[in-house]
Ligand binder design. Structure first.
Ligand SMILES: NC(=O)c1ccc[n+]([C@@H]2O[C@H](COP(=O)([O-])OP(=O)(O)OC[C@H]3O[C@@H](n4cnc5c(N)ncnc54)[C@H](OP(=O)(O)O)[C@@H]3O)[C@@H](O)[C@H]2O)c1
Length: 297
């Protein structure tokens, strides 16, 4: 199958393009120039004309991973964030024919402070600009008359091997390696999935003939605190635990309005598609398996 992957210079997109290229014809795109053996086109999604991208890739499937993921940058640059995280979805839908399956990677950030274990049908009401832009992206998918559009909400953890990133895992590892003490909250809960396990689920969804759901929650099947996750990750990678400090979000006034329970309920996906999503241990094992102890971390 011909698959267009956006955000292919990013953490999820680069690993996804690499894995799917083993079985499919992958056309990868990101904003920056990116050295890869894959077919790659640098394309800024803020462009008004997507014809060059669509004509180059002529996709049967699009997996839309591109986004501005830096929540603080989104707060300060909301118009740019809307263009990339939301309007790009509208343009992709406009530019490709009805037969093209589109999978939009969305986030638990579409839910608000008081939601927890949110289900697909639950009301979204994000409390930051990043979440709002992802919610608007979802709006374009939900309001499309197409039957083959899928929103995958997830909470990914992983490493960008192609260039330095600032994801949770990379931040924990780089802090410990540079002997910098960091605080992880014992009262912020999430249910992460590794990018490599999510890729397996995306590969499964690509091959599903019909999907009767427009929104699916696909993440880990177990919750834990960020502190627990950090400690278990360092233990698994045999890294020093001395630089991880346990803290509470309540003591951090600056980010006090951040969501404490970021977990999303993935039971619908597991039940309807007979899939078993990973536990916390499974997610950490997957990071360990894929971890390369490169100096840059
Ligand atoms: N990371 C998380 O914790 C998390 C959690 C839940 C959901 N998600 C969702 O998962 C997806 C992948 O996240 P990620 O962590 O892999 O992201 P990432 O590492 O920050 O990568 C973002 C990608 O988007 C591209 N991009 C940004 N602005 C662009 C523009 N103007 N034109 C074209 N491409 C542009 C970037 O290209 P350049 O780098 O080349 O500029 C990069 O390839 C996103 O949709 C995100 O919302 C992420």
């Amino acid at each position: 199958m011909r698959i267009l992957i956006t955000g292919a210079s990013g953490m999820l997109g680069s690993a996804l393009a690499f894995e799917l290229s083993k079985k499919h014809q992958v056309f990868a795109t990101g904003r920056s120039d990116f050295v890869t053996h894959l077919k790659y086109k640098s394309f800024d999604l803020s462009n008004s004309n997507y014809k060059p991208l669509v004509e180059w890739s002529n996709p049967q499937i699009i997996i839309h991973c591109a986004a501005i993921t830096d929540a603080e940058f989104c707060e300060a640059n909301s118009l740019e964030a809307i263009k990339i995280n939301a309007l790009s979805v509208k343009k992709l839908i406009q530019y490709v024919n009805e037969k093209v399956k589109i999978i939009y990677i969305s986030s638990d950030a579409v839910f608000n402070l008081i939601n927890n274990k949110s289900k697909e049908k639950d009301y979204t009401n994000p409390n930051n600009v990043y979440g709002k832009t992802k919610e608007i992206g979802e709006f374009f998918m939900l309001n499309s008359s197409r039957s083959n559009v899928i929103i995958v909400r997830t909470t990914i953890v992983g490493i960008n091997f192609y260039r330095r990133g600032n994801s949770l895992v990379e931040w924990i590892i780089s802090s410990v390696n540079s002997k910098r003490t960091i605080t992880l909250f014992n009262d912020v809960i999430f249910n992460p999935i590794s990018i490599w396990d999510l890729i397996k689920e995306l590969d499964f969804l690509i091959n599903c003939e019909t999907i009767d759901f427009k929104i699916l929650h696909v993440s880990g099947n177990q919750n834990c605190s960020k502190y627990f996750f950090g400690v278990e990750l360092l233990k698994a990678l045999k890294l020093n635990l001395d630089y991880i400090q346990e803290g509470s979000i309540k003591d951090n006034i600056k980010i006090a309005n951040r969501r404490r329970d970021q977990s999303i309920d993935c039971s619908l996906y597991q039940k309807k598609f007979n899939r078993k999503l990973p536990s916390i241990k499974g997610t950490i094992d997957s990071i360990k398996k894929n971890f390369r102890n490169e100096k840059r971390y």
